[in-house]
Design a protein around this ligand. Sequence first.
Ligand SMILES: [Mg+2]
Length: 290
Amino acid sequence: MIFTDLDGTLLDYETYEWKAALPALTRCRETHVPVIPLSSKTRAEMEILRRRLGLSGPFASENGGGVFLPKGLFPQPPQGAVDAKALPPFKNHPIRPDGPDTSNWWEIPLGVPYAYLVEVLREMREAMGYPVKGFSDMGIEEISERTGLPEEDAYLARLREYDEPFIVPDDGSGALSSLVKSAEEKGLKVTQGGRFYHLQGKNDKGEAAKRILALYRARYGDIRSVALGDSHNDFSMLQEADFPVLVRSEQEFPSLMDKIPGLTITPASGPAGWNWAVSRLLRQNEEVIT
Ligand SMILES: [Mg+2]
């Protein structure tokens, strides 16, 4: 099975397109290799994206804050799972005008509730006086500008449950390191994604991948896992996988090869890199999956 980050990995960093990954993605569908997205995106965004991508399995939102399992696939609630909470309506979204499909999901909540994260970020800003700005301080328009998402998708990006993305000036004032320290004192952590820093609980994509993998192994026996990501918040997930893949981006991670043995780095970035790595792994494992 394949665990994958979305932005900058399966989706192009700028355009959010995935056309270049279609050959491998189609091959996964044909050979029943589950593709499980683990992203810092919200549940609302991911529910829409997985439909567009033609995926039908579980996913994890907001850096592993929520693990969502389709009830069709897991008729009994897996350990630690509860009925997924209701989300607000999607405001006539073109893809899903009727709103989120909440009734069909189990959720394993691994993250810290959003309201608490927003409160802590505000307290830290007041205490330190740094110009920190979170999603909760931005309107839909600003989120749309900063992410390049159309406004109807920026609305979904703002329906957060476990993670507050924020920006902080990287001007040598030490703002970021003070925030990191202060978050740690409160039992939280700061992670770095492709576009934003994130204030979140101790959850990570690695733990989410581990939970999903355990459920699949309990049901199907031995399973080999692939994980693909392009930035810091993906490394815990890469560490869990039998075949870790770093999808090339503008950032370089020189010591990552030492930390993650067997790491493959793709020659191309984004969905083209994804396609290259997944096609190659599917070919190598063909005797197992056909
Ligand atoms: Mg990414």
